[in-house]
Design a binder for this molecule. Structure first.
Ligand SMILES: NCc1[nH]cc(CCC(=O)O)c1CC(=O)O
Length: 346
């Protein structure tokens, strides 16, 4: 028997068809067999407000699709230490959650995609990349000033070498200060006067409901975001076929294509999430000679010397099914322009 119903997810209405076994068939139940209560899908997440909000959107989407789900909070190395991420190492926010997934302590992991190392984790699969939030970096400043209004010597907090390098390259004479901790404590440093401004991912502020505190959202020409910024990776064990197909419902093809291209740049440069590498890809509409509209992938990337003294940039537009290849092409172009030397610059 075919049953059609409609499910609302992330504002998109999609039809799903479910085949139920015919009554009395092999999987049929008589009146005495209790209907089994589905055990909740356990979603592993960090405990920060941002992380639980992000994982909460996945939990809510699963529940809306008829699958009970709950959050399981996991402490990561990144939560236990306030040291710069560049010192604690790659995967500080994700390794403990992935280990819980491998160990069967949780069924799903939700990560900020940009925190994931580029190397795949054997046995795990990114089963869904939900629609991306705003990928841009944002300035939150005292007095609600935009970057160009900050006088030379203004203190700007960020510990991402990519942001620090691009801010130094702006030539505004800003004092870049290290910044770690959760979003709330970062914003608190502006409110209490310790810093004149901070730069954070706008996506994080949107997700925790504080987008109105943004003084300026940077055009990627000014500040190119981190590869995969604003996107989530929803991961499960690759042998869990049932979950792989349930989670696939949450996948957004355009976001996945863009992230594949951006992370391919990072992988080909053999750089990690703390490298001064920016990349942004967008699925854009183009028109062919016959006036037909088709979609293409636009990709821009840069590598900046940490002291801001030099920047190399490259961009390309190509077929959406060549996302990974386009990323490799851009990386090769950046390397030709001297990217390896800039990544090595300290
Ligand atoms: N490295 C920490 C981190 N990982 C993901 C986000 C924000 C959300 C996102 O980029 O998707 C942040 C904070 C920040 O960069 O300001």
């Amino acid at each position: 028997m075919q049953v059609m119903f409609t499910l609302v997810r992330f504002g998109v209405i999609s039809s799903v068809s479910v085949t139920t076994p015919a009554a009395g068939g092999p999987a049929g139940r008589d009146a005495h067999t209790p209907i089994p209560v589905e055990t909740p899908i356990r979603i592993g997440t960090r405990g920060s407000q941002l992380a639980t909000t992000q994982a909460g959107t996945v939990r809510d989407a699963l529940i809306a699709a008829g699958h009970p789900a709950e959050l399981v909070i996991i402490k990561t190395a990144g939560d236990k230490s306030q040291a710069p991420v560049a010192e604690i190492g790659v995967g500080v926010f994700t390794t403990a959650i992935r280990n819980a997934l491998h160990a069967g302590e949780v069924d799903v992991a939700v990560h900020s995609y940009k925190d994931l190392p580029t190397a795949p984790d054997p046995g795990l699969v990114i089963a869904a990349v939900p629609p991306r939030e705003d990928p841009r970096d944002a300035l939150v400043s005292r007095g609600n000033r935009v970057l160009g209004e900050l006088p030379p010597g203004s203190t700007v907090g960020t510990s991402a070498p990519r942001r620090a390098a691009q801010l130094r390259a702006s030539g505004l004479g800003l004092e870049i200060r290290p910044l770690r901790g959760n979003l709330d404590s970062r914003l608190g440093k502006v409110a209490d006067g310790e810093l004149d401004a901070v730069v954070v991912a706008r996506a994080g502020l949107v997700r925790i409901g504080r987008a109105e505190e943004v003084s300026e959202a940077f055009d990627p020409v000014v500040l190119l975001p981190a590869p995969a910024q604003g996107a989530l990776a929803v991961e499960c064990r690759d042998d869990d076929a049932r979950l792989v197909s349930i989670l696939a419902e949450l996948d957004d093809a355009s976001t996945r294509t863009a992230i594949d291209a951006e992370r391919s740049v990072l992988a080909a440069l053999e750089a990690g999430c703390t490298a001064p590498v920016g990349a942004i890809a967008e699925v854009v509409e183009s028109i062919d000679e016959d006036g037909r509209i088709f979609t293409e992938l636009s990709l821009r990337a840069c590598v900046v010397a940490e002291d801001g003294s030099d920047t190399v940039r490259a961009s390309v537009v190509g077929s959406t099914d060549r996302a990974v290849e386009l990323g490799k092409e851009i990386a090769a172009e950046l390397l030709e322009l001297g990217a390896a030397e800039l990544i090595g610059t300290r």
